[in-house]
Design a protein around this ligand. Structure first.
Ligand code: GLN
Length: 199
């Protein structure tokens, strides 16, 4: 059984721990470099990406996170977590840094104020059956991707789910829906059952 961490600096950590357990992984919060070293994969939750970035520095996690993601540890970022995995942010706050790992440019708060929060059915490549219910909370979208980044889903012409190798990211929050298929896909990535390019 794979041991999967949830970066527990800020954001909706608990919901991801529950979803991972439901998807047959052993789930653990990760706050320290020693805890990061013990997991087979990592989820970066939604929350506030500037805060997560600052806390990652304070907790001495930014460089260990970059090193493990660079070394190929499977990683899945939702919403703020997607922003953390972007190689580039279009509109970063001053001092805001990312872990990187996915060749893409993200736009923060892209869906705008009027629609700060909404739900929409999203068909995600690699997730079988009905579309997933996408919960978008001041969500980013992906402005552009590099050649080796796969687009897994779009909403109204905007990219909202991507994968590059062992790194997966969604603009929306599957941990809030009770539908654990995306967590299941990620657990399969950690198990090595779902090799890049096999989607
Ligand atoms: N808007 C937030 C950010 O920029 C993300 C919101 C979320 O994770 N639900 O980090």
């Amino acid at each position: 059984t794979p041991v999967i961490g949830v970066l527990a600096l800020q954001g909706d950590v608990r919901e991801h721990l529950i979803a991972l357990a439901a998807a047959d992984a052993v789930a653990r919060p990760v706050r320290r470099p020693e805890e990061l070293a013990e997991v087979d994969g990592l989820i970066i939750p939604g929350g506030e990406s500037t805060t997560i970035s600052k806390l990652a520095h304070l907790f001495g996690l930014m460089e260990p996170l970059r090193a493990r993601v660079h070394a190929g540890m499977p990683v899945y970022g939702t919403c703020a977590g997607m922003i953390m995995l972007a190689d580039k942010i279009l509109d970063p706050r001053s001092g805001q840094e990312t872990i990187g790992g996915i060749d893409m440019i993200v736009r923060r708060n892209a869906f705008g104020r009027q629609n700060e929060s909404f739900e929409a059915a999203v068909a995600v490549q690699g997730v079988e059956g009905a579309p997933v219910e996408g919960v978008f909370i001041r969500a980013p979208w992906v402005e552009s991707v590099g050649a080796s980044t796969e687009v897994l889903a779009e909403h109204e012409g905007h990219i909202v789910a991507v994968r590059q190798g062992n790194a997966l990211a969604t603009s929306f929050h599957p941990e809030l829906t009770g539908d654990h298929r995306l967590h299941g896909l990620f657990v399969d990535m950690v198990r090595g059952k779902d090799a890049p390019g096999s989607l």
